[in-house]
Design a binder for this molecule. Structure first.
Ligand SMILES: C[S@@+](CC[C@H](N)C(=O)[O-])C[C@H]1O[C@@H](n2cnc3c(N)ncnc32)[C@H](O)[C@@H]1O
Length: 189
């Protein structure tokens, strides 16, 4: 069931301008969530729900954890709703309609955030990060897509800043459009 929904979205991506991370990055996000077993995940940039489904499927297998995914575009938000419902993940994927970071105070999260996936407007990533910092659990992970495809231009300063920020350990993985993973250091580090 999930596989057929993902394949359909991949076919839609090939035919129209629906942005998705693609299967390799989706599989990696799934793997990371299986390993980290986060309780609270926040995604910025749902689009039609492709990456949310990969992450949601990991949370479903984990048997715990919830995803809050934020999307500002009304039509994509509704398409994501249909896809998430079809996949039967509505109980643990919470869609939030609005613009990050202004919408953060309305998230009403039940605890600190363990895992973040940033995949929205590249020029706004710094503001997402600053808005999320007070919400992060010690040791939280932040995954950022497009660090390779958008390094020259929109993402350059943001990526460099993360590498130089002593509050994070950072790796980059050459998968898809380039995935950066930062881990917030905690007092014990
Ligand atoms: C690259 S797509 C996300 C793809 C999705 N993560 C996936 O792989 O299936 C980016 C999405 O972020 C949304 N977006 C851009 N800026 C936003 C913001 N500030 N707040 C919420 N959504 C935003 C856009 O409308 C777009 O649908």
């Amino acid at each position: 069931m999930l596989e057929s929904i993902l394949k359909r979205i991949e076919a839609e991506h090939a035919q129209e301008s629906v942005w998705i991370v693609g299967p390799e990055t989706g599989r990696l996000l799934h793997f990371l969530l299986r390993v980290v077993a986060p309780k609270i995940v926040v995604e910025i940039g749902t689009s039609v729900g492709y990456s949310a489904l990969w992450m949601g499927s990991a949370l479903g297998k984990n048997g715990s954890g919830k995803l809050w995914t934020i999307e500002s575009h009304a039509q994509r938000f509704e398409r994501a709703r249909a896809n998430i419902e079809e996949a039967g993940m509505g109980d643990w994927i919470h869609q939030v309609k609005g613009h990050a970071p202004e919408i953060f105070p309305e998230l009403q999260l039940p605890g600190p955030v363990d895992f973040v996936f940033l995949d929205a407007t590249k020029m706004e990533h710094q503001s997402y990060l600053e808005g999320l910092l007070p919400l992060l659990a010690p040791g939280a992970m932040i995954a950022v897509d497009n660090v390779e495809s958008h390094r020259v231009g929109a993402m350059g300063a943001f990526v460099q800043g993360l590498h130089e920020d002593p509050r994070f350990e950072v790796v980059e993985i050459p998968v898809g459009s380039g995935l950066l993973i930062a881990r917030a250091t905690n007092e014990a580090d």
